[in-house]
Design a binder for this molecule. Structure first.
Ligand code: FES
Length: 109
């Protein structure tokens, strides 16, 4: 199992264990995080956007160009933003910390 710590938009920490090989998106959804993941990993939406903790970002495989393009359209992108459907859990990611962005309506304040 791979431990992942989610930080909700409200700032609460939720620690879960995901299966080796599971996507970060499905792990987040199983933990009750409000990520829609509308296109189910097809990189045709950006509703699975998450913000990776800085110290973990560099340890992830790099985003593809398609992922970067889709991230450009996501609300509230940060320098360490990723699409969670493109990240596969593996033992090297044990302890990964991931923030769930605030809902888009909060971004307009
Ligand atoms: Fe649509 Fe990730 S679920 S891009």
């Amino acid at each position: 199992m791979v431990r992942v710590r989610f930080i909700t938009a409200e700032g609460d920490a939720v620690e879960v264990e995901g299966a080796d090989g599971a996507s970060l998106l499905e792990t987040a959804q199983a933990a009750g995080m409000p990520l829609e993941g509308t296109c189910e990993g097809q990189m045709a939406c950006s509703t699975c956007h998450v913000i990776i903790a800085k110290e973990w970002f560099a340890r992830l495989p790099e985003a593809s160009e398609d992922e970067e393009d889709m991230l450009d359209l996501a609300a509230g992108v940060a320098p360490t933003s990723r699409l969670s459907c493109q990240i596969e859990l593996e033992p090297g990611l044990d302890g990964l910390e991931v923030a769930i962005p605030a809902q888009s309506h909060d971004m307009r304040r």
